[in-house]
Design a protein around this ligand. Structure first.
Ligand SMILES: Nc1ncnc2c1ncn2[C@@H]1O[C@H](COP(=O)(O)OP(=O)(O)O)[C@@H](O)[C@H]1O
Ligand SMILES: [Mg+2]
Length: 372
């Protein structure tokens, strides 16, 4: 990883991004003033409940929105102003320099075409390679993502690979053009917990080896906590918490981040422990536009209403922990911070009183430091 200095300008920079889409039900305010940055060679985690706007943020950057979507705000990739680029050059730029791995490889892979042909087509399309060169590169990439007997496996169809192996194939395809940025959007969500850990470890290893930037998107805080430099927490289409990962659990924690962190099973919990979960429903895209202060005031009740609900009664705690951060720094931080908070009495319902400026102090400070 490259240490962050003023001389490493951000690879990705998103500033004040808003997206509205008109629907028969009214205007959907899908993104509400979203800002985030990814410095070169670093890893950003985007976390938040389903529907909070994580994927739409990335789709907006990648130019994959419906034609009638209204976009305001700024987006830069390696200093290029994406909002000023025509769709075609923009797709070309991002197609070569950004690799994306989605949750469900079966929807991205063609079921009736062999892996070799699908990989070969991608390589030849983007790099203009000959058939033989494309085959050679495909084998190398499959080997790099840990697929044994790669040359023979090129003849196989997607269904002949297990879920985890298919996701490895998708990673190999995402690496085709040696991208500067790899995006894993819920890339491991559908996988069984130990396989999930293997894929996340692989992504992290490749990211370090190739010195790429990475964005890991998950609804699961434990997936991003141990593997990222910075974390952005999204809620109702806006960014509610944004910090270096090392400070994500440092007091004063954001009440929503704290609620998310309490839903993570911990190593010291007995199997089938009831986990706290957020009650009620997150805001709707059709809710009116509010100021940050108004939205915080509206959301604070739900954020602090962590209630006793069974989140997952089937998996024992150690299994689930192994899926995400595992016994890594992130997990230790979560366990450590919650214990420390409990000792300090912070967890005893004190969060409702946390003032707006304490909540947002870390973000404001960062903005100041960065001269924004
Ligand atoms: N074309 C659309 N019209 C209306 N709402 C949409 C449209 N596309 C996405 N949304 C809504 O935008 C919100 C954010 O979606 P998304 O970014 O996919 O969430 P997630 O955080 O789970 O990735 C969701 O509530 C989704 O229903
Ligand atoms: Mg999503």
């Amino acid at each position: 990883m490259i240490p962050r200095t003023e001389h490493t300008p951000d690879l990705v920079s998103i500033k004040g991004l808003s997206v509205d889409i008109d629907t028969p039900e009214g205007t959907a305010h899908i993104l509400r003033n979203v800002s985030m940055d990814v410095p070169r060679g670093q890893t950003l985690g985007i976390v938040g409940e389903s529907g909070s706007g994580k994927s739409m943020t990335l789709r907006t950057m990648l130019g994959l929105l419906p034609a009638d979507a209204r976009v305001r705000g700024g987006m830069w990739f390696d200093g290029e102003d994406l909002t000023a680029m025509a769709p075609e050059p923009r797709r070309k730029l991002l197609g070569r320099r950004v690799g994306v791995v989605f949750q469900n490889p079966m929807t991205s892979l063609n079921p009736v075409v062999t892996i070799g042909r699908q990989m070969g087509e991608a390589v030849r399309f983007h790099l203009g390679y000959s058939k033989a060169q494309a085959r050679e590169l495909s084998i190398q990439l499959l080997e790099q993502v840990g697929i044994a007997n790669a040359a023979n496996r090129l003849r196989d169809y997607p269904h002949q690979f297990s879920g985890g192996m298919r996701q490895r194939v998708m990673i190999a395809m995402a690496l085709t053009c040696s991208p500067d940025l790899i995006i894993a959007d819920e890339a491991t969500t559908a996988l069984d917990v130990t396989i999930q850990k293997g894929i996340l470890d692989l992504l992290q290893e490749i990211q370090r080896e190739r010195n790429m930037a990475m964005i890991i998107v998950s609804h699961d805080l434990s997936v991003v906590a141990g593997r990222t430099d910075d974390v952005v927490v999204m809620y109702g289409g806006r960014v509610v918490d944004r910090r270096p990962t090392a400070r994500l659990f440092a007091p004063p924690m954001h009440p929503y981040t704290r609620a998310l962190s309490m839903a993570i099973p911990r190593l010291d919990m007995p199997a089938h422990t009831r986990l706290p979960a957020l009650g009620g429903r997150p805001p709707s895209v059709y809710d009116p536009l509010l100021t940050e202060e108004e939205a915080d005031a509206r959301d604070m009740d739900r954020w602090s209403s962590v209630s006793e609900t069974i989140v997952d009664d089937s998996a024992s705690a150690p299994d689930v922990v192994a899926a995400g951060a595992g016994p890594t720094a992130g997990e230790q931080v979560i366990v450590g911070t919650l214990a420390a908070e409990q000792e300090a009495g912070v967890a005893e319902g004190g969060d409702a009183e946390v003032a707006h400026d304490t909540l947002y102090a870390p973000m404001a400070r960062e903005d100041e430091e960065a001269g924004r």
